[in-house]
Design a protein around this ligand. Structure first.
Ligand SMILES: Nc1ncnc2c1ncn2[C@@H]1O[C@H](COP(=O)(O)OP(=O)(O)O)[C@@H](O)[C@H]1O
Ligand SMILES: [Mg+2]
Length: 363
């Protein structure tokens, strides 16, 4: 049977309403301003990472979204509704902490079902939802174990199942992999990203680890002293950092001080970097964007001598001291030419791609 066609939705250019919107949030502790007019939006289904050094306010912002803290000023909206008056247990927000905070005396199934029991969900439905949550995190069969009988990675997954079972609108994760060793951490990052994407849930993820942020995120908000310094995709943050701070924090960088005029700054290797700035600038030179050659074989380039070299798997990392006393870090694939360059050798440096260099105002 053919039914009447549904009305065609209006196709506006307006973006979908964000799931989480933070506007000018301010939080002070005893006179110390920890969030300083912080603004941020998370869109439906995205993994948004708060990246910043220890103490910049990441956990404070997350606790404000979860409702454990109330901002002194500003707004926190979830699905367009003011959330500040809504108590913690009524916000559809799930939080996974760094310490998993599992109950040691309860089995995996009881840990995961705890929140449902607190909400008065009947036993049969509780059991069904627990089973489903455990299946989601690949822990079917572990129902009767106790936390002490699980590995760190498995405990982490129980902590996630315990939150997912409540079907939150927003998942908040505060440095959830800190307790794991490096290898497991890498595996969990990829598993977690795939899981969140599969569920289509909106997630705000906190880390101080730039590589983890680049792995996990759809977008990254780089935080600095209680503010968002830059918000963008991992590519935007890495390739087009908005400030020297972001360039330094995300990925390795060299900085070279020069003078810009008439839309460009000329580097000592003879190549020019385009810039809208004028006067004293600081130019970002990524180590992998610098070509290194033995000085005798190069006609042009920035001359210097190798101070230090280090094998990094298939790569070689050099520290080159230049005539004017500054040092640059260079990373190159360990091919035949590069393998011949040793400590003390005279070398010439040249940019591979001047367009990838960015000039910032000198502070
Ligand atoms: N309850 C509190 N009372 C006083 N100061 C706090 C409190 N919570 C956090 N701070 C301070 O706020 C700053 C930011 O802390 P936090 O949000 O935990 O940073 P991050 O998670 O980025 O490491 C730090 O200087 C910290 O000492
Ligand atoms: Mg923290």
């Amino acid at each position: 049977m053919i039914t009447a066609a549904a009305p065609i939705p209006a196709t506006g250019t307006a973006e979908a309403a964000p799931v989480v919107a933070i506007r000018d949030a301010v939080k002070r502790f005893a006179g110390l301003t920890v969030l300083d007019r912080c603004s941020l939006v998370a869109q439906e289904g995205e993994i948004l990472t708060l990246l910043g050094s220890s103490g910049c306010g990441k956990t404070t912002l997350l606790r404000c979204i979860a409702g454990f803290l109330t901002p002194d000023e500003g707004e926190i909206l979830i699905d367009g509704r003011d959330t500040i008056p809504v108590p913690v247990n009524r916000r559809s927000v799930g939080v996974v902490f760094q310490s998993y905070a599992l109950f040691p005396h309860l089995t995996v199934a009881k840990n995961v079902g705890y929140g449902l029991r607190m909400r008065g969900v009947p036993a049969a439905e509780n059991g069904r939802r627990v089973a489903q949550a455990l299946q989601t995190v690949s822990l079917t069969g572990f129902e009767e174990r106790y936390p002490a009988q699980l590995s760190g990675g498995q405990q982490q997954r129980v902590a996630i199942a315990r939150v997912l079972v409540l079907e939150p609108r927003v998942l908040l994760l505060d440095e959830p992999f800190n307790a794991l060793d490096a290898k497991l951490r890498g595996t969990m990052q990829m598993e977690m990203r795939q899981l969140i994407k599969r569920l289509g849930i909106t997630a705000i993820f906190v880390t101080h680890d730039q590589e983890e942020a680049l792995t996990m995120s759809d977008r990254i908000a780089v935080m600095r002293a209680g503010r968002i310094e830059q918000l963008g995709t991992p590519e935007q943050i890495f390739d087009r950092p908005a400030s020297a701070y972001v360039a330094d924090f995300v990925g390795a960088s060299n900085f070279w001080d020069g003078i810009a005029s008439q839309g460009q700054v000329t580097l000592p290797d003879g190549q020019s970097v385009a810039t809208a700035l004028d006067g004293e600038v600081r130019v970002m030179l990524r180590p992998h964007n610098i070509l290194i050659e033995p000085a005798v074989e190069a006609e042009t380039g920035w001359r210097g001598s190798v101070r230090f070299r280090r094998h990094v798997g298939a790569l070689m990392e050099y520290e080159v001291e230049l005539a004017d006393g500054i040092s640059l870090r260079v990373v190159a694939l360990r091919d035949e030419t590069v393998a011949r360059i040793d400590v003390g050798d005279r070398v010439a440096l040249r940019l591979r791609d001047p367009a990838a260099c960015i000039a910032f105002p000198r502070a």
